[in-house]
Design a binder for this molecule. Structure first.
Ligand SMILES: [Zn+2]
Length: 720
């Protein structure tokens, strides 16, 4: 029941990409109400019945937007009555009558919601958006009704107290349920519960305000240039789009609009140093006066909420539910990387300083100079033309001879195209996946092309979760936004698109290889600081020599990709990684520092706190500011990533460490694939995630391999 229980879990499944934060934008609800008033039955509404298709995959050819509301409404009603029955059962609580009953509940709601939320990201239109706006609060209310149901919690709590009578996945499941209830506030007295509700309301208002201040800043903090000569360095097209932007904003001349990070891409091109400085300062100080006081209030309220729930600070509360478990583990990894990243950034700064000097100029590199001179360094050292690479990455060859080939070598799996199954769009491919012994693994859909109505970025999600209890095998999909070529032309992919395809299949493998009993802990339903591990791990197989030799061939001549082109490409991937890693670490540490404050901390000046926090970690290096400064750190103050921004790099540490370890064990072999599949991929959240990692790896993760992956040290330097 996990997918429906947590309204947030639904967005979590969809955001599993983590790869992009793009979410469908809500537009105003359409005025027309759908013609759904007529009663529907399983005969007329495909979402109301169990699918007759293989793997219970949805009947996409029979789904339209009129089916959702009746199916969801009926789903809410059914689930509510199931929950009431479980909560008010006169029999003493047992694992069967409480936990298993919960796991089996919500069948219809889950089925309808899964199809709805997935398709609303894949083939959205006004109607999908209207239904989403209408249904979102109902999911959140439904969720509260379950987790704040005192009778239900009492049953879960009593099982939790007797949990030592259980073992394995059963025991884990009891613990996970208990934790969900407690974290939602189920254990608190009425007074504290109402305080939590007040804090939640206030936090949600403040975070909306924070986000609206940023939206206003995007609109108002335009940098207006009236003298065209100041735009030297930009192309004619770029200049004319700045002129268009000015016109749109009712201004004379040219208007430069900010992007969300501290760094601004346009700084890489502008020759005029004064203008660069002005743009950078506008970016770095945006919304400072309005958002500074807001984030002070927010961090205080979060600390108070954590205290009510029994934690010393917000980071401890958030991370208790993560693989890292304790803030000290997170600080440990970030602080280990910080000096190495900074050292590399300083070496990059020296290269940049040399160019500045060679141009006869006499200033030290400032943040607004970095991108402009780094681009000159890049052109001199690593110039790469993407168009030379693309003919070696034809999509069908990449899929079959690259991705599927690598997965076969590792896991022994094979893919059989299923043209007989319905799909949600003509571009979608369906594959049945088999083990080496011929047994079925599940279904995999691939939706590669960009189109209107599909959200941006790339992601993975599932239509049917694996569960031995329910006797279901996984049905998963990957979505990407590769531009579709003209009819009859081949799809030639960029290096990044190929890498994304492998990345997303890493998530798909995590779903497909799930081998657990309970839906609540199946597949990718793991912590935020774990879920991007299998995906980043899978990226690196695209560069395995045996895999490359099998797929990176010229689409016309069949010639293998030339070695010098490949070496140049690989080398260019480590360009500017000192800067990139340092700015990321600075932001991640800021997030952790803000959320390590106790409820009685007295902070009055956000900028001062930020400066001191960076200094504590040795990252107060002026040329490389944090990727986000506190005043516009939307992930943390206007999104769901508070005390969680670290997760992106944490999972990359795991991925690099695991991949390097398998390289030492012989690389692309069935033994390695099986070990990784059995210990890491198949267990979902049915066991402690760090215990799994240590069992697989023989030790806790180390940052050594990440340093090599990002080119922050040479391979030799990390050998101990
Ligand atoms: Zn991902």
């Amino acid at each position: 029941m996990r997918n429906i229980l947590l309204a947030s879990a639904i967005s979590a499944t969809l955001a599993i990409s983590g790869c992009s934060n793009d979410k469908p934008v809500d537009t105003a609800a359409s005025a027309d109400s759908p013609k759904t008033a007529k009663a529907m039955t399983p005969k007329t509404n495909a979402l109301m019945r169990v699918s007759p298709l293989d793997y219970y995959t949805p009947e996409f050819d029979k789904v339209d937007t009129t089916l959702y509301e009746p199916a969801l409404e009926l789903g809410f009603t059914q689930h509510t009555s199931e929950i009431e029955k479980i909560a008010n059962n006169p029999a003493a609580p047992t694992f069967d009558n409480t936990i298993i009953a919960l796991e089996k509940s919500g069948e219809l709601l889950n089925r309808a919601a899964t199809v709805f939320f997935n398709l609303s990201g894949l083939i959205s239109n006004d109607e999908y958006q209207r239904i989403e706006s209408k249904m979102a609060p109902k999911f959140s209310e439904h969720n509260d009704n379950i987790y704040l149901n005192p009778a239900l919690f009492k049953r879960v709590e009593s099982l939790y107290q007797g949990r030592d009578k259980f073992t394995g996945e059963d025991k884990r499941l009891i613990g996970e349920y208990y934790k969900e209830f407690v974290r939602a506030g189920a254990k608190l007295d009425e007074d504290s519960k109402s305080k939590i509700r007040e804090i939640n309301t206030e936090l949600s208002t403040l975070s909306t305000e924070f986000s609206q201040n940023l939206l206003a800043s995007f609109k108002n903090d335009l940098i207006i240039v009236t003298d065209k000569s100041m735009l030297a360095g930009l192309s004619d097209d770029e200049i004319s789009s700045l002129a268009d932007a000015a016109k749109k904003a009712d201004k004379q001349g040219y208007a430069i609009t900010l992007v969300n990070t501290t760094r601004q891409p346009i700084l890489g091109k502008l020759e005029n140093r004064e203008l660069r400085k002005k743009i950078w300062e506008t970016s770095a100080y945006r919304a400072k006066d309005v958002n500074g006081p807001l984030l002070l209030k927010m961090t205080k309220l979060r600390a108070q909420k954590a205290k009510l729930l029994g934690y010393s600070d917000w980071a401890s509360y958030v991370i208790a539910d993560q693989m890292a478990k304790k803030p000290s583990e997170v600080f440990g990894i970030l602080d280990d990387l910080a000096p190495k990243a900074l050292e590399k950034a300083k070496a990059e700064a020296a290269d940049i300083q040399a160019v500045i000097k060679a141009e006869g100029k006499n200033f030290n590199v400032a943040p607004w100079d970095w991108a402009y001179y780094a681009e000159k360094v890049r052109l001199a050292k690593y110039d790469m033309d993407e168009n030379l690479i693309k003919p070696y990455f034809e999509m069908n060859t990449v899929i079959h001879d690259g991705l599927f080939f690598a997965m076969n070598k590792l896991y022994g799996i094979t893919f059989k195209e299923r043209n007989d199954l319905p799909v949600w769009h003509d571009d979608v491919m369906a594959f049945e996946v088999f083990n080496e012994d011929g047994s079925a693994v599940g279904l995999f859909y691939l939706d590669p092309y960009a189109r209107e109505g599909k959200r941006g970025g790339a992601w993975m999600s599932s239509f049917v979760g694996q569960s031995k209890l329910k006797n279901t095998k996984p049905v998963v999909y990957n979505a990407q936004n590769i531009p579709k070529p003209a009819e009859g032309q081949p799809t030639l992919m960029t290096f990044d698109e190929v890498s994304t395809m492998f990345h997303e299949f890493g998530h798909a493998a995590h779903g497909l290889f799930s081998n657990v009993t309970y839906p609540f802990v199946a597949g990718t339903a793991t912590a935020r600081d774990f879920v991007e591990f299998p995906s980043q791990f899978n990226e690196d197989w695209m560069l395995d020599p045996a895999v490359l030799a099998n797929y990176a061939k010229h689409y016309k001549t069949g010639e293998a990709i030339p070695q010098d082109l490949l070496s140049k490409l690989l080398k260019s991937r480590t360009f500017n990684q000192g800067y990139d890693t340092t700015e990321y670490l600075a932001a991640a540490l800021l997030d952790m520092e803000w959320h390590s404050l106790s409820a009685d901390a007295q902070i009055t000046d956000a900028a001062k706190f930020e400066k001191e926090a960076l200094a504590r970690h040795g990252l107060d290096y002026a040329p490389v500011p944090p990727r986000y400064k506190s005043n516009f750190f939307a992930h943390v103050f206007a999104g769901g990533y508070s005390a969680g921004y670290y997760a992106y790099l944490w999972t990359e540490v795991l991925a690099a460490d695991a991949f390097a370890y398998l390289q030492e064990q012989g690389g692309l072999t069935r033994e390695n694939g099986d070990s990784y599949r059995n210990i890491i991929l198949s267990r979902g959240n049915s066991r402690d995630l760090m215990d799994n990692y240590v069992e697989f790896r023989g030790q806790k993760p180390s940052t050594d391999a990440l340093l090599v992956r990002r080119g922050l040290v040479t391979e030799k330097a990390t050998k101990k």
